[in-house]
Design a protein around this ligand. Structure first.
Ligand code: FAD
Length: 544
């Protein structure tokens, strides 16, 4: 007999589920008992308490403007624990309790929260990382089997011990494997290897019905593709098999400044057309001095850049960032490669900066910014962020629209803008990208999509709750115009304001998404914080 405990707000009492793990059914569904009684009971069983008394972390995320208190926080020790909970909830005819997996809680709009439901803290699963290194002459790939609650930085550290690393990253590594795979996971390597969801070989998933399924492109493929980019709607990722490659030792990291948007984007596109030389491409808009200061610790020379930034003009600059990997085993002169690449770029004369850093430091670069912001008390502040995928045809119009909506002098935080290639994305997954015009079919250069990330920090000293709410309203306005036919953009990592808006967002992909939901989580138990489906009791039919 196994006991699983979790704490609930209901009347300040605790729910104790008494579960029989051997026969996998619930013996005695729910008993309410006091906290002290539970503690005493668990002590009597000699097992550590497996529940949380505080729900404060589960009610907040990186956005810091949406707060939903769950009824309970659950800290599973295995996939089986999650399966028992979800089987129980989907079998109970009266309950409408919903469940959200919480990875690192770095969502912006409450996506990992469960208003009055149960938050499963994925970091409680044992953080196992097993690396399989493919030997010379052996068929197959190197890969890592990793728990869904582990962080990408943990995988990097473990992989590097054997000279291996994943191919595709996010800019920040303190995000969970399951959390980014539920979105897409993009960064400067996406143009070359596709998003993180394209670099997964197999998953273990607990569906909304409580079934534990191992899935891959050849085994339970529909669930595999549903879950990738699936916004947590179909199942909880408890394990993932991530493709690895040989890790470089160093990275030559280059930045170059521009004062013309067209030249900037044309050069970015030139860079992504050379995957055999270039390993990473990003870029950002330089609005004011802060845009450079916040990300220039490795590039101190850049800080002397262009006095116009100090003046109150509307002039805006752009910065390309690219990188070339350096492998000990290869006899490639990276200095020379960088020279060849930069010789074709049209940046502002003498405004090219480079640095050689370890691969680990390069990938972990945002951590440095985090530490510096934490010191100033500016990390745990509201983050009204807007991320959009914009077709190449609309990128200039979108950039103008975005800049009109913000205050150039006061803006704090980076505005990322860089190209990706549509063809590197597997559209069997649940992710939503802009629909390309028929004119783009067959023309590789037209199949470019830009990602634009308005990663704004609201300094509480200057921006109060009303100001944050105003910023969010303006962003909603921008997102709605951009989603119209003229620009045809799609939001990434966003939360649509209503189920109807979600349908619009999915467009032609909606029917497949809803069909997958009815197969894998028919009662709508999972990820209520996304606001896509309504939870229904098991006795009623599925509501879209
Ligand atoms: P959470 O916020 O905990 O969860 C996100 C969603 O996934 C929720 O709906 C949750 O219920 C669900 N979920 C969580 N774990 C699981 C699981 N195991 N199985 C199923 N569903 C699950 N994104 C990029 O693509 N590229 C970037 O470069 C990038 N940089 C970022 C930098 C910072 C500083 C921050 C804060 C975010 C960044 N993001 C980036 C966004 C990030 O990828 C998403 O917010 C992601 O969801 C965060 O992972 P998490 O573990 O915090 O997820």
């Amino acid at each position: 007999m196994e006991f699983i405990f979790f704490y609930t707000r209901f009347n300040g009492l605790l729910i104790l589920l008494t579960l029989c793990s051997l026969c996998n059914f619930i013996q005695s569904p729910i008993e309410t008992i006091s906290l002290n009684y539970l503690k005493a009971t668990s002590m009597a069983f000699g097992s550590p308490l497996n529940f949380h008394e505080s729900t404060s972390t589960a009610s907040v995320d990186f956005g810091r403007f949406i707060f939903n208190i769950p009824s309970a926080v659950f800290r599973p020790k295995s996939s089986g624990d999650i399966a028992i909970l979800l089987s129980f909830l989907s079998a109970s005819s009266s309950t409408t309790i919903s469940v959200a997996a919480r990875g690192a809680g770095h969502s912006i709009h409450g996506q990992a929260q469960a208003p009055d439901g149960i938050v499963i803290e994925m970091d409680s699963l044992p953080s196992t990382i097993q690396i399989h290194k493919s030997m010379d002459g052996e068929e197959g790939f190197s890969y890592a089997d990793v728990s869904g609650g582990a962080l990408w930085v943990e995988l990097l550290e473990e992989g590097l011990k054997l000279g291996l690393a994943p191919r595709s990253w996010t800019d920040y590594l303190y995000l969970s494997i399951g959390g980014t795979l539920s979105n897409a996971g993009i960064s400067g390597q996406t143009f070359k290897y596709g998003p993180q969801i394209n670099n997964v070989l197999q998953l273990e998933v607990v569906t909304g019905k409580g079934e534990i399924v191992t899935c891959s492109p050849t085994r339970s493929a529909e669930l595999f593709y549903a879950v990738l980019g699936g916004l947590g709607q179909f199942g909880i990722i408890t394990k993932a098999r991530i493709l690895l490659q040989d890790a470089p030792q160093h990275v030559k990291w280059v930045r170059a400044l521009y004062d013309d948007f067209k030249t900037f984007t044309e050069d970015q596109e030139l860079l992504i057309s050379q995957p055999e030389k270039v390993d990473y491409v990003e870029g950002f808009i330089v609005l004011n001095e802060n845009s450079l200061h916040s990300s220039s610790m490795v590039f101190p020379d850049q800080l002397n850049f262009i006095p116009e930034l100090q003046k109150n003009t509307s002039k805006v600059y752009y910065c390309i960032e690219f990188a070339v990997h350096e492998h000990k085993a290869e006899e490639i002169n990276t200095e020379q490669v960088v020279e060849e690449i930069t010789s074709k770029l049209r940046f502002l004369p003498s405004h090219m900066y480079s640095a050689k850093v370890s691969y680990y430091d390069f990938l972990n670069r945002v951590r440095m910014e985090e530490m510096s912001l934490r010191e100033k008390g500016l990390w745990e502040v509201p983050h009204p962020w807007l991320n959009m995928f914009v077709p190449k045809s609309g990128i200039e119009e979108f950039k103008d629209l975005l800049l009109q909506s913000i205050s150039k002098q006061d803006f704090e935080g980076p505005i990322l803008l860089y190209p990706l290639l549509h063809d590197k994305w597997d559209m069997n997954t649940s992710v939503v990208l802009p629909e390309l015009s028929p004119a783009a079919a067959g023309k590789a250069e037209e199949r470019v999509i830009y990602v634009v990330g308005l990663l704004q920090s609201a300094n509480p000293g200057r921006c109060t709750a009303a100001c944050v709410s105003d910023l969010l309203k303006r962003q909603r306005h921008v997102a709605e115009i951009a989603a119209g036919n003229r620009i045809g953009a799609k939001q990434y990592l966003g939360r649509q304001p209503s189920p109807a808006q979600w349908r619009k967002h999915f467009g032609s992909k909606w029917d497949r998404f809803a069909d997958r939901k009815s197969r894998f989580d028919p009662l709508g138990v999972l990820a209520p914080g996304q606001g896509i489906f309504v939870r229904t009791p098991s006795s009623s039919s599925f509501i879209q």
